[in-house]
Design a protein around this ligand. Structure first.
Ligand SMILES: Cc1cc2nc3c(=O)[nH]c(=O)nc-3n(C[C@H](O)[C@H](O)[C@H](O)COP(=O)(O)OP(=O)(O)OC[C@H]3O[C@@H](n4cnc5c(N)ncnc54)[C@H](O)[C@@H]3O)c2cc1C
Length: 234
């Protein structure tokens, strides 16, 4: 939402600046026209006409820029309105759900979870891995008796899936796959995600130990040992 508001405000400010610039240029054009009319000699008129043509060309360009900026401002405004309406509906739905005791988790899979970047050719691949991850999350929910560990597991598997470039060796041989992501992804892929969770320099992926499902925690020590660091207290 903030992003859409910032975009809309930036476009509006740009439009206003362009409009003010165009206004100043139109005044210069008007002054140049007066100079043509009042030119005392043929030479002075020719010179004033050349100046006028130059100023009119500049003002013409500014006019087109302003039109484009106004179009972009309208577009940004429409997006902001859409987001504002969607957020209002979401907040209303949340309010209605207040006090609900039985929660129903929704685990999107495939393209509904992540829109593939087509040159990678990973859409189907990520489609069935994410479906298996969702099945595993439901298993975790039943095994642990609450939704929270399932959400942590689901989020972790999602990161493993996205961190992997799926080059040769990223996934284990398919014959032994189950819904458990440890049977599908190479240990190095899972460890790589664990390492970025631990790494304070990893801007988006530094999520800390709380974001790691408990059963993976034993892997953290092994991962840190690889780079010669002692594991933190768990
Ligand atoms: C042109 C093209 C080329 C591609 N090439 C590759 C490739 O080379 N390699 C690769 O890995 N991926 C490729 N992909 C991507 C891949 O096809 C998708 O990522 C993958 O099919 C996603 O699977 P999905 O099950 O999530 O969604 P989908 O395969 O889109 O399945 C969704 C299903 O839900 C149905 N549906 C939608 N709405 C409703 C509703 N309201 N009620 C009931 N059913 C509904 C749809 O009809 C559809 O059958 C390509 C995609 C395109 C379009």
């Amino acid at each position: 939402m903030d992003h859409h508001r910032t975009c809309q405000q930036a476009k509006q400010a740009e439009s206003m600046e362009a409009a003010a610039q165009l206004q100043a240029q139109r005044e210069s054009v008007a002054a140049a026209k007066a100079a043509v009319r009042e030119a005392p000699s043929t030479h002075a008129r020719q010179s004033a006409q050349a100046k006028l043509a130059e100023l009119e060309a500049v003002a013409g360009r500014s006019q087109r820029t302003l039109q484009e900026l106004e179009r972009q401002t309208d577009e940004a405004e429409a997006k902001l309105t859409l987001r504002t309406d969607a957020e209002a509906k979401w907040l209303e739905a949340l309010k209605k759900a207040e006090g609900a005791e039985k929660l129903c988790p929704i685990f999107p899979v495939g393209d509904a979870l992540v829109e593939p970047f087509w040159p990678q050719g990973l859409g189907s691949n990520r489609g069935f891995h994410s479906a298996l991850d969702a099945a595993w999350a439901i298993h975790v929910m039943h095994a642990e008796g609450s939704v929270e560990p399932a959400l942590v597991d689901r989020a972790f598997c999602y990161d493993v899936m996205l961190h992997g470039a799926f080059v040769s060796g990223s996934v284990l041989p398919g014959g032994n796959w189950t819904a458990d992501c440890l049977t599908r992804y190479a240990p190095s892929l899972v460890k790589g995600t664990l390492m970025t969770y631990e790494d304070p320099h990893s801007k988006r992926s530094h999520k800390g130990r709380a974001a790691v499902p408990s059963r993976y925690l034993s892997l953290v020590g092994a991962s840190l040992a690889v780079i010669g660091k002692a594991p933190a207290r768990m």
